[in-house]
Design a protein around this ligand. Structure first.
Ligand SMILES: *Cc1c(COP(=O)(O)O)cnc(C)c1O
Length: 332
């Protein structure tokens, strides 16, 4: 067995995250057929066309291919913020807060932020001089597998615009929200000033995220990307694999009219059903690729679940199970 095949077999029973996927042979093939122009000088057609197409799909002026979701979020924030002092408001359970940085707001519904949560905590420019005004609100969508309704994004966006606050969406898994029926990429993205989307999560590419926004914002993000060492000369090697992930996992439909991503969601729902049929509870609705088992209700310590899973050949790291396209299709 060649290396790629062996790796693929190894991740088939790995439900720790959708980042565990290894490149498909079509991705590796794409790198061989990519263009190899210098992306730092806008000379790589593979990367330029992916940026153009993603901007068009999301209804934004421009796109910037970056190495990771963290890099995309960080460049977005640094491009949207100008003169200090400023505050960035993020969901208290969001990736940007827990793993990147932020000003936390607790979602009152236990799932995602709604406008009322934001209004309660926002600091407007005309408030006291000692309070740092909120300049950017960040929404994660989906958040812990739960799709943020488009209506809610619209309400928050209207409020933000009315108060001169920018809206960033950490859409690391926005493709999943679209497949789950939350709205189209552009319906979500046009409500926001900037959006980050990852190719390395459900789309299965080894690296890459796309940041979209206005021309001026993306120009600034591009300068910042260069300053932190994110300018890659032969970017086509990477962006070509991202393109395959977009085409094959998200856009392409099988004979049954469903994308690979849609099938992952079905599989996640099936896992949840089995858990519920065996008397278990889930702690978040299963709307995309994630299943959160309620261990408290099952009186099962996390360590025990991980050991049990491992005895059955399944690799997990917590009560969160993430279905990805490299899963083994054993009949459930
Ligand atoms: C994974 C993830 C990120 C970070 O992406 P990396 O490519 O790992 O840097 C940001 N936000 C969310 C919601 C994520 O799931």
């Amino acid at each position: 067995m060649d290396n790629a095949k062996r790796e693929a077999a190894e991740v088939a029973f790995d439900l720790r995250s959708d980042v565990v996927t290894v490149p498909t042979s079509s991705m590796l093939q794409a790198t061989a057929n990519a263009t190899y122009g210098d992306d730092v000088h806008h000379e790589d057609e593979t990367t330029e066309s992916l940026q153009r197409d993603m901007a068009a799909m999301t209804g934004h002026e421009a796109g910037l291919f970056v190495l990771s979701g963290t890099m995309g979020n960080s460049l977005a924030l640094r491009s949207l913020l100008s003169q200090a002092p400023y505050a960035v408001m993020v969901d208290s359970s969001s990736n940007m807060l827990l793993w990147e940085s932020g000003h936390p707001v607790e979602p009152s519904n236990g799932k995602y932020l709604v406008l009322e949560d934001i209004v309660n905590k926002v600091i407007l420019d005309d408030d006291s001089v000692t309070a740092t005004p909120t300049r950017v609100i960040c929404l994660e969508n989906p958040i812990h597998g739960v799709v943020v309704p488009r209506k809610e994004v619209q309400r928050i966006s209207q409020f933000a615009r009315a108060h001169g606050i920018k809206l960033h969406m950490d859409g690391a898994r926005l493709f999943d929200a679209v497949v789950a029926g939350g709205g189209t990429l552009s319906e979500y993205a046009t409500e926001c000033d900037t959006v980050t989307m990852c190719f390395s999560k459900g789309l299965g590419a080894p690296v890459g995220s796309m940041l979209v926004g206005r021309d001026s914002t993306i120009r600034q993000a591009r300068r910042l990307r260069q300053s932190i060492g994110g300018g890659i000369h032969q970017m086509g090697v990477l962006s070509s694999m991202a393109r395959v992930g977009l085409d094959e996992i998200f856009l392409a439909k099988g004979h049954d009219g469903k994308s690979k991503m849609a099938k992952n969601h079905e599989y996640a729902r099936r896992i949840a059903e089995l858990w519920i049929q065996s008397g278990g509870k889930i702690s978040k609705p299963v709307e995309t690729c994630m299943v959160f088992l309620d261990l408290e209700a099952a009186s099962l310590p996390r360590g025990e679940l991980i050991t049990l899973a491992s005895e059955h050949g399944l690799k997990i790291m917590s009560e969160r199970l993430v279905v990805h396209h490299r899963k083994c299709c054993f009949p459930l």
